[in-house]
Design a protein around this ligand. Structure first.
Ligand SMILES: [Zn+2]
Length: 270
């Protein structure tokens, strides 16, 4: 895939109604992945181009992997809304928005799974997965992304990384409270690990199960699951605190806090 003059060479282009100005110099430096929460690529394209559009995205990736571009990559699109991540707010001004045609979560009724607009799906089209945000753990059934979509998104991300200074690939679910896209059916951690060499924009050291490490932040929250939304597992750790790695997942390490030391016996009781 090739990007020339901020457009994918050879891809269909349909202008979205809503968009912002050109990005400031040095941007975009991020990609935000979304699902459409609907079954139909043409409907999404029609909505973004139509007069009632309230949002837009740079591209829509249909179920067959075909891409319709709707906003040039040097121009702000309206896909991220209120958003905050890594100390920055308003990700529309930093990022390319990729909408993937996918229902998101589905409701099971009998032997079928029902989408938001009544479309039904069979068990083969469903992924049972746990959302990274514990708030959505009650949603069990997610619409499977097609291989063609995953491949198209990967190729597009590679082209964007080559053309712009992209350092970050995030899910909408990670930057906007109340969003569940792209959800557990999309291999987001795998994609950014492969393309950016780490879980996120920060390269942490390699962690391995069994390794003893030290906290380098002055105060570090540790959580009950590998998510910024998860509940805290205890009071924050301080710099120098020794921890043992007992598990890893993407850019997160599960740790066991090892503490041993002497205290005056008069300050403890049974
Ligand atoms: Zn979204």
């Amino acid at each position: 895939m090739e990007i020339i003059n901020n457009r994918i060479k050879g891809a269909k282009y349909v202008q979205a109604l809503k968009h912002g100005n050109k990005f400031r110099t040095g941007y975009p430096d991020a990609i935000v992945i979304h699902f459409t929460a609907g079954p139909n690529g043409a409907a999404t394209v029609n909505y973004f181009k139509g007069k009632y559009a309230k949002a837009s995205a740079h591209v829509v990736v249909d179920t067959d992997g075909s891409i319709t571009q709707m906003v040039p990559f040097d121009t702000v699109a309206w896909h991220a809304g209120r958003s905050s991540f890594k100390g920055r707010n308003g990700y529309n001004f930093f990022s390319i928005g990729i909408e993937i045609v996918n229902e998101g979560w589905l409701k099971k009724s009998g032997n079928v799974y029902r989408g938001h607009y009544g479309a039904t799906y069979k068990a083969e089209e469903i992924v049972e997965g746990e959302h990274r945000n514990p708030k959505y753990h009650y949603l069990k059934y997610w619409h499977e992304y097609t291989e063609a979509q995953i491949l198209a998104v990967k190729e597009l991300c590679i082209a964007l990384i080559e053309t712009y200074d992209v350092k970050l690939i995030v899910g909408h679910e990670e930057i906007t409270i109340g969003k569940s896209d792209p959800g557990p059916a999309f291999p987001l951690d795998k994609l950014r690990d492969e393309l950016l060499g780490s879980g996120r924009d920060e390269n942490g050291p390699d962690t391995e199960i069994g390794k003893d490490m030290k906290v380098t932040a002055s105060k570090l929250n540790f959580r009950t699951s590998p998510s910024l939304y998860a509940a805290k597992a205890g009071p924050p750790l301080v710099r120098g605190h020794k921890v043992k790695v007992v598990g890893t997942e993407g850019s997160w390490s599960k740790i066991k806090v090892e503490v041993e030391g002497w205290i005056a016996s008069k300050y403890i009781s049974e």
